[in-house]
Write a protein that binds this ligand. Structure first.
Ligand code: SF4
Ligand code: SF4
Length: 283
């Protein structure tokens, strides 16, 4: 007992001061890719190596429409290794209300060899919500204030694993640890959807979990919020749609906020949770 107490005093406070200070990312942390559409010479190499189809293109009548879908991206960095117009950023606190807001695209005229001639349309970058340092500083207070206004009390979250590899669960469980300490914002993870205001759903929805997810949604009292977590929750991720999975969460139940990443880190999760609460408060 005294040993534990002595150790705790020796270690001191380990809780992150986020959101009062910006997210403290490891120097090795990798965020989403960014494409310099004006300088993009050829979408084919990146599309060839992209394991999820996040970078894809269609050619028609001498034109190519190429796109990047962050809802499918697993932040692997392969595209940046083969294409100088693509770089990996450290941007991770990203969320979107609408699935199309995670997609940016541009149209090019083509040279005979299949490379891009010139940009003829776009880039259309609806730009998902990205945390700014000033907004981050308000993050925790906004979560508490908006949840209290919406629900009249603290926010209760039920996590649903609809087929995840458990990478996203590791990040969600980190929210409850001493570093991120989700409960300091008045947010609690609960064991039953009947006690929940919000569902955090991970994984490409497996066909075996489809009915369970629908029942969980029906059992959650209104106003209920649904947040799709990770590339799998947003669009099926590396698994896509196949004999065993339905793809993203919105193939089965309505989604209020999409949080991309593979997996999204706890800062990204906090940011997305705030956006979900804000969206419902403004409705
Ligand atoms: S970082 Fe994203 S877009 Fe690039 S190859 Fe990996 S999955 Fe595809
Ligand atoms: S998004 Fe990545 S970490 Fe999360 S369930 Fe899918 S594969 Fe696993």
């Amino acid at each position: 007992m005294f040993d534990v107490l002595r150790k705790s005093l020796k270690v001191g406070v380990v809780t992150s001061s986020y959101p009062a200070t910006p997210a403290a990312l490891s120097p090795h942390a990798r965020g989403c890719p960014e494409i310099d559409f004006a300088q993009w010479q050829d979408a084919r190499p990146a599309a060839r190596v992209c394991p999820t189809g996040a970078i894809a293109f269609t050619d028609a009548e001498g034109r190519r429409t190429a796109r990047l879908d962050l809802g499918h991206c697993v932040y692997c960095g392969l595209c940046a290794e083969v294409d100088p117009a693509i770089r990996m950023t450290r941007r991770c606190e990203i969320a979107a209300y609408r699935r199309p807001d995670l997609i940016s695209q541009a149209t090019y005229s083509l040279k005979p060899d299949g490379t891009h001639e010139r940009l003829v349309k776009g880039p259309d970058t609806p730009a998902p919500m990205v945390a700014q340092p000033k907004a981050v500083a308000e993050l925790g207070r906004q979560i508490q204030a908006e949840a209290a206004r919406l629900f009249g009390r603290s926010l209760h979250i039920r996590e649903v694993d609809a087929g995840s590899c458990n990478g996203c669960e590791l990040e969600i469980s980190n929210l409850s640890g001493p570093i991120y300490d989700l409960e300091r914002f008045g947010i609690h993870l609960v064991a039953s959807p009947r006690h929940a205001d919000m569902l955090l759903v991970t994984g490409p929805v497996t066909r075996n979990m489809e009915l369970a997810l629908k029942k969980t949604y029906d059992a959650t009292p209104t106003p209920r919020l649904v947040v799709a977590i990770g590339a799998c929750g947003c669009g099926g991720g590396i698994f896509g749609v196949n004999y065993a999975t339905r793809g993203g969460v919105d193939a089965v139940i309505p989604v209020d906020v999409y949080i991309p990443g593979c997996p999204p880190n706890p800062y990204a999760l906090l940011y997305g949770i705030l956006q979900a609460v804000r969206k419902r408060a403004q409705a």
